[in-house]
Design a protein around this ligand. Structure first.
Ligand SMILES: [Zn+2]
Length: 120
């Protein structure tokens, strides 16, 4: 069965088979950072080289900037005047989105620079 690229990326699947999960637990688990070393479905290495995911920090940084800007605009639109309340809301939402930021930055980095191609 052919799985689309977008669906595989959003469901954090292996870029090669688009079936195996890249992470061991759900995003809502405290161990959200633990990745599978190999794809549980096709056994391909999910870390192409040691330290590969250090580059994902740049993707995560871009995601963080996007989150902070979006939430700040929403806070402004809602008319919240107090700077401390605004900073608190932006910080809280950014912190709550850390698991998604962490995971999707790694998934996107692997899909873009991992050199893994889809094989049915
Ligand atoms: Zn796989």
């Amino acid at each position: 069965m052919k799985v689309s690229l977008v669906k595989a990326l959003l469901s954090q699947r292996c870029p090669t088979c688009r079936e195996g999960k890249m992470f061991k637990t759900s995003s809502f688990n405290l161990h959200f950072m633990e990745m599978n070393e190999k794809c549980p479905h096709c056994q391909i290495m999910l870390e192409p080289e040691p330290g590969f995911y250090q580059g994902a920090m740049y993707v995560g940084y871009a995601f963080s900037v996007g989150i902070v800007v979006t939430v700040s605009l929403l806070v402004m639109i809602l008319g919240i005047d107090s700077p401390w309340v605004s900073i608190g809301i932006v910080s809280l939402i950014t912190l709550l989105l850390v698991p998604f930021n962490f995971r999707y930055s790694r998934v996107l980095f692997l899909y873009m620079f991992g050199g893994l191609r889809y094989r049915e």
